[in-house]
Design a binder for this molecule. Structure first.
Ligand code: MG
Ligand code: MG
Length: 625
């Protein structure tokens, strides 16, 4: 599999882009003419820089408004093409993208356009280059790959082929299976982009909202299955116009891009096994069974505050690590480790972020297989020295510099509680049974990146993105789920939002809240009250509204109000939730009860929760309001 990315997809100067692209493992780049013009290098220098970075120039683009022009515009278009072909010779690339014309003078007629391309093929042959014709979704006469292919077919020239772009095909809802009728050797190049399912002008959506395959809602897998079925063996290339990526870190965006292509071709071969996909084999994604434990990195000084919150939430300390200063707090199936180690990864995490969730341990069907898959998808391995008598548990880097450990029930990895810990039985606690979900907070720029991390590595599915109104700005929220692992990703745009402040004050820590499940939220609330749980108080107005909104029984609403319980429902069932007040660093706990098949996370309640949290905590340097 040859991979490529358009220089326009990522930020930075030209040299910086090349370093990031080569570092992420791509084979080549599409050079955008604008990018080249903006650089201070000669074409020969650019060509040498690309080759020195170990890359090839897979495509030069775009050449616009070529076909269907009347004279003298037609002759001028050919003169322009000759100059671009010279430039391509100097750059050292042999393929140019001609996108379908939007010129007001362009005339229709398949045969007229085919003749233009035939003549352009002759010119290209004299320069030793090839021409690919791409149907722009908003092209004047050609806006469908089927028409572009018909033009190319009739042009009947060895130097002329078609270029396919998933955005233009899928954005116009054209059936990608029509691609299967094109001979693979007449497809000269394939560009890939995804996009969110939002209704807006196609051109605007294309220029600003394209994203990596898997990050949006288009069926890019179906598109690539059709392309692969033709026998096409050329590069697959990312052509992403996205304002976030252009402002993002080049290395992060490039790595995500390469990850998205590996993940895409992996899903192509898994959904259509008869296709020949040129990609090393690695294990399939498997649903996560549950979060086996969470580990907090903290210090001897800061641990007591965390432990008193755990105790107030119904946890009991039931074990200690055999060799490290790590305590096990347990309730139901929930295991929380409190690590005050003065060295190692935990210490580094604590120094960087303060008290923070530094490790998330996932129980998966096969830990080694999950680890192998993660590394194949460019996850960073986390290799930590193992002390004598301890288990060696595979791990990868997770969101915000945290670590994800992979445990499974088949190997001895599940024996962690017997080998690494001395434990005793826990009491009944407050009835919390398991971890319902984690809320991870990040800068908005990184949201797509972390969603892709979970969808590609763990086969997680995405819920639609929702906007959450914080009194001081907008927070975007996207839930991902792989089996028993549910994560809400919250992207903070504004610093003054609660989420934004959390990112800032913890220097990029990620788990901002942990939601525990209970089978009876009112019984849990009563037990928590007896333990001085710092419940987040919800105002009376909320209960008036929720009673009216859902037509709830007033007696139920009275119980909810007395216990500060919030409510939501969907077609599948009901949802009850209550929160702790936030700690000074922004971390908080949530307790939820799902009834029936409720699939959400109480997003409609988030604005009220945030407002209540802002009332109850005084952010540093700001007066209480
Ligand atoms: Mg394109
Ligand atoms: Mg939540």
């Amino acid at each position: 599999m040859k991979t490529s990315i358009a220089t326009v997809s990522i930020s930075g100067g030209f040299a910086e882009k090349l370093t990031a692209i080569a570092g992420a493992g791509f084979d080549g780049i599409e050079i955008f003419e604008q990018d080249f013009i903006a650089s201070d290098f000669t074409p020969a220098e650019v060509g040498a820089m690309v080759r020195d970075a170990g890359l090839t120039i897979t495509l030069f683009q775009p050449f616009r408004d070529f076909e269907g022009l009347p004279e003298p515009l037609r002759s001028r278009a050919f003169a322009r093409a000759a100059r671009k072909f010279d430039l391509m010779n100097q750059l050292g690339t042999d393929l140019v993208l001609v996108c379908s014309s939007v010129h007001p003078a362009a005339m229709g007629g398949i045969d007229r356009m085919a003749q233009d391309f035939h003549d352009l093929g002759d010119l290209a042959a004299r320069h030793g280059v090839r021409v690919g014709f791409e149907a722009l979704a908003w092209g004047r006469h050609v806006n469908d790959h089927r028409d572009a292919w018909e033009v190319v077919r009739r042009a009947d020239h060895a130097q002329v082929g078609v270029i396919l772009d998933s955005f233009h095909t899928l954005g116009r809802k054209i059936d990608p299976d029509t691609i299967r009728r094109i001979p693979g050797d007449k497809i000269f190049f394939v560009q890939l982009a995804d996009a969110p399912a939002i209704e807006m002008d196609l051109l605007y959506r294309s220029r600003h909202f394209r994203n990596m395959p898997g990050e949006g809602d288009l069926d890019v897998t179906g598109f690539m299955r059709a392309v692969t079925a033709t026998g096409y063996a050329g590069p697959i290339s990312l052509e992403i116009f996205n304002d976030q990526f252009r402002a993002g870190l080049p290395r992060l965006v490039a790595t995500d891009g390469h990850r998205s292509l590996i993940s895409l071709m992996d899903s192509v071969r898994r959904t259509e096994p008869t296709l020949a996909v040129d990609l090393p084999t690695f294990p399939a994604p498997a649903p996560v069974q549950r979060i086996e434990f969470l580990e907090f990195a903290t210090s001897a000084t800061d641990a007591p505050a965390l432990e008193s919150l755990l105790s107030a939430t119904g946890f009991a300390q039931t074990g200690t690590h055999v060799s490290r200063p790590v305590k096990l707090w347990r309730q139901g199936e929930i295991n929380i480790l409190v690590n005050t180690d003065g060295e190692g990864f935990s210490r580094t995490s604590y120094v960087a972020h303060g008290t923070t969730v530094s490790e998330v341990a996932l129980l998966v069907p096969d830990a080694r297989a999950a680890h192998t898959r993660a590394l194949a998808l460019l996850a960073q391995d986390h290799d930590q020295p193992v002390r004598a008598g301890e288990l060696d548990i595979p791990a990868i880097r997770g969101v915000g510099g945290s670590m994800i450990r992979l445990l499974d029930p088949r190997s001895d990895l599940a024996r962690i509680w017997d080998v690494d810990f001395r434990t005793q039985a826990a009491g009944p606690g407050a009835g919390l049974t398991g971890i319902d979900h984690l809320g991870q907070t990040m800068a908005y720029d990184e949201m797509l990146s972390w969603a892709l991390y979970y969808t590609s590595i763990f086969g997680a599915t995405k819920a639609p993105m929702v906007d959450v109104a914080d009194p001081d700005g907008l927070v975007r929220s996207q839930a991902v789920q792989s089996g028993g692992l549910r994560v809400t990703l919250n992207g903070a745009e504004a610093r003054r939002t609660l989420a934004g402040r959390f990112v800032e004050e913890t220097f990029g820590a990620s788990v901002q809240h942990i939601a525990f499940g209970t089978a009876d939220i009112f019984a849990t609330a009563a037990e928590l009250a007896s333990r001085d749980f710092p419940v987040l108080e919800i105002g009376a107005n909320y209960y008036d509204d929720v009673e009216a909104r859902f037509g709830l029984d007033p007696a139920l609403v009275a119980r909810m109000k007395a216990a500060n319980v919030l409510y939501d429902e969907d077609a599948g069932g009901q949802f009850f939730q209550l929160y702790s007040a936030s700690r000074p660093d922004g971390l908080f706990f949530e307790i939820v009860q799902r009834q029936g098949n409720y699939l959400g996370y109480g997003a409609p309640n988030a604005p009220f929760r945030i407002a209540a949290q802002k009332r109850s905590t005084r952010p540093s340097g700001m007066p209480r309001t």
